[in-house]
Design a protein around this ligand. Structure first.
Ligand SMILES: *Cc1c(COP(=O)(O)O)cnc(C)c1O
Length: 407
């Protein structure tokens, strides 16, 4: 008799985005003439830059000739891409070997899958609020109990609040696996060197492992803020880092990312090199490598011209964030994020709940955003606006908020 993985039934439903879609649809049905302006989902909207398109085309063309055709490649990624990635980190003074880079089809899948090489009884700590994948993948793997009002039983929530600048204190109990996302989705907060150092020191002391999601590292404009956890001394012994071409090169639909598992990284029951070997084994078993066409695009994105053009696109989204932030603060709304991240994290006015503010913004301004409570209990009373939009739409949305939001 086949039986299902009952942990799936524990998931507190893929509630957030379906519910947003449902309420937005209902609004459009009853207000057919209203133009709904979407600052909700974190998906890129600008076309891919020309130098990266050239790289993708080269990848396609190579497949059309006998001499250059290639089939399966290494599941860890093609050497030119792993070498370009190592060079990117070397520019910041970090010495990582190309073999420590694992190219993949997404930081979402990698950050969901990484827990699979760790023991089932590891205690997991997550920032609250957080990108939902970290929690859900551990629920499915059976590392939590039931969902309650306060979150999942057995999961350690590390609240990120106004008081702590949206970066958590160390957990009080001993934890084994720690997820940190910086710049953070949804709060837009970036961890400082000192803040990361407290976690790296904790992890090395307790033989815990940090999963560091740096998908938005390219949005950091402040030169004093770390873009990689390996900028912190000792991090190579305790941290695995994820990053992606999705938000930087507009690859959300193209799919390309990388994960760094340093050979020095270890657990309490393993020697250096073991985690690297396990992730290699995992990827070789479950994955046959990212598309070769797409990897050619990735190499182009890391070329000098590719970097210049994608940097300009990142700057464009950051300008959107600035415009949104300026509009909100002009109304006296308290905001966070936006300087070094494509998200504005606002405090709902008058103590409204996240969903109350969602309805208000939709009904009064015809603007769709994302309720903070959908990212974890500590997100209640906050709201996320995304800067991934066309300039005209962003400006219209800000204009509408300024004219129509009843405060
Ligand atoms: C968008 C995003 C990613 C990127 O995931 P991909 O699967 O590479 O598209 C990773 N982490 C966070 C927090 C994100 O918001």
């Amino acid at each position: 008799m086949a039986r299902i993985n009952q942990n799936y039934d524990k998931l507190a439903a893929g509630y957030l985005f379906p519910e947003i879609a449902k309420r937005t649809h209902a609004f459009s049905e009853s207000n057919p003439d209203a133009q709904v302006l979407r600052l909700g989902i974190g998906d890129t909207t600008e076309p891919i830059v020309s130098s990266v398109l050239d790289g993708l085309r080269d990848g396609v063309n190579a497949l059309g000739a006998e001499e250059s055709y290639s089939g399966y490649g290494p599941s860890e990624g093609i050497s030119p891409l792993r070498e370009s990635l190592a060079k990117l980190y070397a520019e910041r003074g970090l010495s990582l070997d190309p073999s420590e880079f694992f190219v993949s089809d997404g930081a979402k899948s990698d950050s969901a899958n990484i827990q699979g090489i760790f023991s089932e009884d590891c205690v997991v700590a997550v920032q609250d609020p957080a990108y939902p994948v970290y929690v859900d993948s551990n629920v499915i793997a059976g590392r939590t109990g039931r969902a309650t009002q306060e979150g999942y039983e057995g999961l350690v929530y590390m609240p990120c609040t106004e008081e702590n600048g949206f970066f958590p204190e160390l957990p009080k109990q001993k934890v084994d696996l720690i997820y940190i996302c910086s710049p953070n989705n949804p709060t837009g907060a970036v961890a400082t060197r000192e803040q990361l150092k407290t976690f790296v020191d904790y992890a090395n002391q307790h033989r815990a492992v940090i999963f560091f999601d740096s998908a938005y590292a390219a949005f950091i404009t402040d030169p004093d803020l770390p873009r990689s956890i390996y900028e912190i001394e000792g991090a190579e012994k305790c941290a695995i880092e994820f990053n992606s071409f999705s938000k930087t090169a507009g690859f959300t639909g193209v799919r390309l990312a990388w994960t760094i598992v340093p050979k020095a990284c270890q657990t309490e029951d393993s020697e250096p090199g073991k985690l690297h070997a396990l992730w290699t084994r995992r990827q070789n078993t479950f994955f046959n490598g990212a598309s070769n066409v797409v990897q050619a695009g990735g190499v182009a994105a890391l070329s000098p011209e590719g970097r210049k053009q994608t940097d300009e696109q990142v700057a464009f989204y950051l300008e959107n964030a600035r415009i949104i932030n300026e509009g909100l603060t002009s109304l006296g709304i308290t905001t966070y994020g936006s300087d070094n991240a494509p998200y504005v994290w606002l405090k709902t006015p008058k103590g409204l709940s996240s969903w109350e503010f969602f309805d208000k913004l939709l009904n009064e301004c015809h603007v769709v955003g994302t309720p903070g409570s959908g990212f974890g209990p500590a997100g209640e009373g906050f709201f996320r606006l995304s800067a991934f939009g066309h300039r005209g739409n962003v400006e219209k949305a800000v204009q509408s908020i300024k004219e129509n939001l009843k405060l």
